[in-house]
Design a protein around this ligand. Structure first.
Ligand code: SF4
Ligand code: SF4
Length: 406
């Protein structure tokens, strides 16, 4: 990825891109955009690493959606990749994706379907054989709910460290499924501090696709861009999630003059464009749940140039300040907790509950936290407050969760 290939050369533009955090690696520079949908042949496509799958840059993260008509509308709008998981909506999410695609009578090769298998919190106490058996059992459930012969991408869901995905028997499970033609490409998803894990996967060359959280809050983190470059150069397909930091609770944690940036639609298109301007990301899976949100996300697939409003959004110091409170799931706060609570997973629970408005997913995330590391262990001592370098209001968010779940 040659930076010069992507960056424009006017000083003004470079200054603006610096403000946006877009001069780190491999970003396309372009401004003066307009958010208009034109004809579908104008949708931008990219190829997913060495898989050869060619995808529109905007896909659908189906997780929070429970309206089959929205999935149909996504297909009609030009979306060709649907991302679901074994654990979403107790399996109903996979059933919905499968039945909508069948109803639409889409040729199987014209759509890319991914699902993910999580082993859950208790898996730490399982041996590799038990993990493999559980993984395969859950995959059977997934494929039968999807009512398909195969899935294009199967992810090991929410990996937190390389050892999980490098377990020889987990890799064996992927290989068996691939040999039986039940999956095309093995992958893993990760929300946590992933740069080392991604680099390791790039060197190992077993996983062909990685679904990772990638958003504007990471713009100053060189480790993130270095890891993405290594993976991209190794031919791994990279798909972005959590691109829009859609976390309404920020409003409570930021001063009044910053709150306006969490209203309206500018932030959604601006943040999605920001992630997709990096060509190492093939596509993103925003989790829209309404028709207007689908429209907002789809306009991005036609034109990545920022509008005037989006440029103003990135120029604002208030936005930079407000966006600081995104939890990167780096895990650096865990040692500050005398109880060793799993703070990153608690922050993720908070995101699903209060931002995504997906109580089922929040409850599931909470239930998958290793016993003795969840909400019940937190003593409200406040020791974690000052330990987050990003100033995430950890204890406020834990209090919110206690109010809801205790
Ligand atoms: S709360 Fe802060 S330190 Fe803890 S995982 Fe999130 S970003 Fe990292
Ligand atoms: S407030 Fe809770 S999570 Fe934070 S350090 Fe204390 S016990 Fe741990």
């Amino acid at each position: 990825m040659d930076r010069r290939k992507f960056l424009g050369n006017s000083t003004k533009q470079l200054v603006l891109l610096n403000l946006m955090g877009l001069t780190t690696t491999g970003a396309i520079a372009s401004t003066s955009g307009s958010n208009k949908v034109t004809d579908k042949s104008k949708i931008i496509y990219r190829t997913l690493g060495k898989t050869g799958i060619n995808l529109p840059i905007v896909s659908m993260g189906v997780m929070n959606a429970n309206n089959p008509n929205l999935v149909k509308a996504a297909w009609d709008s030009g979306i060709r990749h649907f991302d679901t998981a074994w654990g979403y909506q107790n399996g109903n999410n996979e059933k919905m994706v499968g039945s909508v695609l069948k109803e639409l009578n889409i040729k199987r090769e014209d759509v890319t379907v991914s699902t993910k298998i999580s082993l859950g919190g208790g898996s730490d106490r399982m041996n590799s054989k038990e993990k493999k058996a559980l993984f395969l059992k859950r995959f059977d459930e997934s494929i039968s709910r999807l009512n398909m012969d195969y899935v294009d991408i199967l992810y090991y869901h929410a990996a937190r460290k390389s050892e999980e995905v490098n377990d020889p028997l987990i890799m064996e499970a992927f290989t068996e499924l691939k040999e039986k033609k039940k999956i095309k490409f093995p992958g893993f998803s990760t929300h946590d501090d992933w740069p080392e894990m991604v680099k390791e996967a790039a060197n190992r060359k077993f996983y062909e696709v990685i679904l990772l959280s990638f958003n504007y809050s990471m713009f100053g983190d060189q480790r993130v861009f270095d890891a993405l470059k290594v993976a991209y150069d190794a031919g791994i397909g990279l798909i972005a999630m959590k691109t829009q930091c859609k976390q309404d609770w920020y409003r409570r944690g930021v001063p009044a003059n910053q709150q306006k940036f969490y209203e309206g639609t500018t932030m959604n298109s601006a943040l999605l464009k920001w992630a997709l301007k990096y060509e190492f990301i093939t596509t993103a899976v925003p989790g829209f749940t309404t028709y207007p949100q689908l429209e907002e996300d789809m306009v991005v697939s036609y034109n990545l140039a920022f509008t005037k409003e989006e440029e103003d959004f990135f120029r604002s110091k208030d936005v930079k300040l407000a966006i600081q409170s995104v939890c990167r799931h780096c895990g650096k706060c865990i040692d500050s907790c005398p109880q060793k609570a799993d703070i990153p997973e608690l922050m993720r629970t908070h995101m699903y509950s209060l931002s995504y408005g997906n109580p089922l997913k929040a409850k599931q995330t909470l239930s998958e936290i290793e016993p003795g590391k969840g909400l019940d262990i937190c003593r409200d001592c406040g020791s974690c407050i000052s330990k987050c370098q990003y100033k995430v209001p950890i204890s406020d968010r834990i209090s919110d969760l206690k109010e809801i779940y205790c």
